[in-house]
Design a binder for this molecule. Structure first.
Ligand code: OAD
Length: 259
């Protein structure tokens, strides 16, 4: 698809840029998004049923098993051209804030710095009771229909269950991260919203916060979302195609950027 010249001009002139990402940015790395139908072992479950405090309370081994399965996917995945393009933008934009809903570490592995993780990190579990960090040992075991459930480890300090280091439905976002994301959205010139269905609040509200504050907003997503009609530019396509093209067109003149 053609990258609009007007968006390129605004991005080139911007002092403050926010890139806000969701599961779609990691889709091309092979990590399943949340709202697509789950397959294989997990087809009977939805993310909303597994990513809650009450699900963990009811069946900790089922929820821990699901997160171990996702953690294995993350560990074997590699950053894709979308992650690399976002990392490349850091070199050209005076102030870039990268805010993600993703719990993987693919932005960091692509070279992005100071990533604001609104929903926590799958690679940093902690004790549910005393919050002591827990270092996961080795690779997650491979799961079968018989071993789908994995008993979570026990905290060596207090004996509580270790839980995934992510924010579940119904839980508050981490305060510092949310305040940083909010301030960046209110004060940016350009806000790029990439690969999110924009249905999970409060994170989903960031694009409209930026839009109402006067920023140029652009959405990059191959599918319709809640934000259709509410952004300045709607780029329908895969992040791994559009973001490299956007970076190339915006900054190629500076140093023959190749990403
Ligand atoms: P979703 O699974 O809701 O949405 C993923 C979005 O990515 C969809 O809009 C897809 O159309 C889009 N997409 C798919 N492939 C893409 C590609 N190659 N390039 C660009 N976009 C693509 O994921 P999120 O919006 O991130 O929260 O979900 C938000 C939150 O809900 C998650 O952080 C998680 C989830 O439940 C918690 O766990 C608290």
């Amino acid at each position: 698809m053609d990258i609009p010249d007007e968006l390129v001009a605004r991005l080139r002139a911007a002092q403050n840029v926010v890139v806000f990402t969701g599961a779609g940015v990691s889709a091309e790395s092979g990590i399943p998004t949340f709202r697509e139908r789950q397959t294989g072992l997990w087809e009977r479950f939805s993310a909303e049923e597994l990513a809650t405090p009450s699900a963990f309370e009811r069946d900790p081994a089922l929820v821990w098993g699901w997160y171990e399965w996702r953690r294995a996917k993350v560990l074997s995945a590699q950053p894709n051209p979308a992650h690399l393009a976002i990392a490349a933008m850091e070199k050209h934009v005076p102030h870039l804030t990268l805010v993600t809903q993703n719990v993987d570490d693919l932005h960091e592995r692509a070279g992005s710095h100071d990533v604001v993780h609104l929903h926590g990190s799958i690679v940093r579990p902690h004790c549910q009771r005393c919050r002591q960090p827990f270092t996961a040992q080795g690779s997650p075991p491979s799961l079968t229909a018989d071993t789908q459930k994995i008993q979570p480890p026990t905290c060596t300090h207090c004996g509580g269950h270790i839980r995934p280091g992510v924010v579940w439905f119904g839980e508050s976002l981490p305060t510092l991260e949310w305040e940083a994301a909010n301030a960046a959205a209110r004060n940016c010139d350009v806000f790029l919203c990439v690969g999110t269905s924009a249905v999970v609040y409060p994170a989903a509200g960031l694009t409209l916060i930026a839009h109402r504050a006067g920023a140029t907003t652009a959405q990059i997503n191959p599918n319709p979302t809640e934000l259709d009609g509410d952004v300045s530019f709607d780029l329908k396509g895969a992040a791994g195609v559009i973001l490299p093209a956007l970076v190339q067109k915006t900054w190629a003149h500076e140093c023959g950027v190749a990403i």
